[in-house]
Design a binder for this molecule. Sequence first.
Ligand SMILES: Cc1cc2nc3c(=O)[nH]c(=O)nc-3n(C[C@H](O)[C@H](O)[C@H](O)COP(=O)(O)OP(=O)(O)OC[C@H]3O[C@@H](n4cnc5c(N)ncnc54)[C@H](O)[C@@H]3O)c2cc1C
Ligand code: FES
Ligand code: FES
Length: 489
Amino acid sequence: MEKNNLQFLLNDKLIEIDFLKEDFLPSTTVLNYLRMQPGFRGTKEGCAEGDCGACTVVLAEVQHGNLIYKTVDSCLLFLASIHGKQLITVEHLAEINDNKIKLHPVQQAMVEHHGSQCGYCTPGFVMSMFGMYKNASATDSEALTDAMAGNLCRCTGYKPIAEAAQACCKNPEADKFNLQQPGTIKKLTQISAYQSTLEIFTPKQTYLLPSRLDETLGFRVKYPEAVIINGATDTAIRQNKLHEFLPCILDLSAVEEIKQQKEGSTFFSLGAGTTLEQFKQFVKTNFPGLMPMLKVFASLQIRNVATIGGNLSTASPIGDLIPLFFALKAKVKLSSRTGNRLIPVEEYITGYRKTCLLQDEILEAVQIPKPEKDILFITEKVSTRRDLDISTVSSTLRLRLNKENFIEEIAIIYGGMASQVKRAVTAETYLHGKQWCIEEVERASKLISEDFTPISDARSGAEYREAAAKNLLLKLYLKSVDTKQGMSL
Ligand SMILES: Cc1cc2nc3c(=O)[nH]c(=O)nc-3n(C[C@H](O)[C@H](O)[C@H](O)COP(=O)(O)OP(=O)(O)OC[C@H]3O[C@@H](n4cnc5c(N)ncnc54)[C@H](O)[C@@H]3O)c2cc1C
Ligand code: FES
Ligand code: FES
């Protein structure tokens, strides 16, 4: 083994890559790498932007001595980021003994339920089902949608696929992966023990994959031009679709310190590397009123790698977490070698896709005050498609009422209505001190046009956005009434 060579398991085979000897780069996507390897064409490219799931593979990694299996879109995954992990492809699911093929239970179920239709989408569906099989806790329709919403079939043959998934994931039995688990854990642990940090230099590209925070902050000083990535679900699109070349990349996905979630006496501290899937569980437990946004956030393949730090740092006007963090009065911890600073999320975002991050800093963690029982959080997202679509307009409410139902505190935050996520200050000012009732909310909704001048773009016209924003406020009101009455949302 050579230092700074990429090492991972491709199914059960140890792969070592010296990029100086290859004609692909560290940021080559896992999908493109697989398609270059003989015998690995099962993984397909449908869109190369995380929308179709035809490229779904499963990554297994060691966490606290166990193997964790995650479905991911290989079209959005940079090859160097899988150092020390097992990449499981559709070719590896079946067992072959004495030239006899024994299908994996998920494959067998696809056959028995006539779920396999074309060779294009089927491998992706099978890998998502395999991910569900290895993590199965429920097989109700919500769990199924969650596991499969990232896979598209252009002929809409979903019913037999859903039936197959339900049948095989109901009572998953031990499979060959369980038997191989101790050996796999040993091999992956050896890779990390030999080298957990990578510094890859090729004539065209530098790829830095630190495993510790202090190394990361050192790299920030040494390579200020490096593009930071974590889940890369946003950045990979720049490479795949905008054909942007990234000469120097600082990949934070292996930094343990920024993956941790801690609970203090008055706040939670979530590492910037907290994945959207982990954040979803956090929200479910602590701020259930915000769950509607997480339920329709991208797909499981994306949520398994996309991070809260990445979402905030895109500073996108339609970044779905940004309104939630505004409502939660969250703060970001920005760290550099010389120290750190804690500032409100509202100050972190300074403009259209702009933050106040300095060149030697990274976003290390997000601090969220613990929930107070008299504060209500409600959120709604409008998008063209329900699942796996970005927002056209979104709205999030933070509300405190007194016993007489008068408004003591209110924040109404909109995504998609301006060049950055913004509060509807005029409507808020009008409502403050008023009774929380439909008549006042209707009056306040008319003031939304004083706060925003939305634009028209490919997703919708300005007129639609304005109407949607006004109606969203009414919907937030109706949901607040349901919540107060204890009705399920
Ligand atoms: C198909 C698809 C669906 C999507 N659906 C949604 C959706 O429903 N809602 C939504 O909001 N977004 C969505 N996204 C966008 C994207 O997935 C999210 O914004 C995601 O949270 C980005 O996180 P990441 O870790 O992958 O970011 P990356 O691509 O790794 O990084 C994004 C940006 O943040 C910076 N960055 C990352 N981490 C740090 C850090 N620790 N410190 C400083 N800077 C950092 C990077 O330099 C880069 O500029 C979708 C994307 C795709 C491809
Ligand atoms: S190719 Fe469509 S999600 Fe990757
Ligand atoms: S069966 Fe493959 S796209 Fe519909």
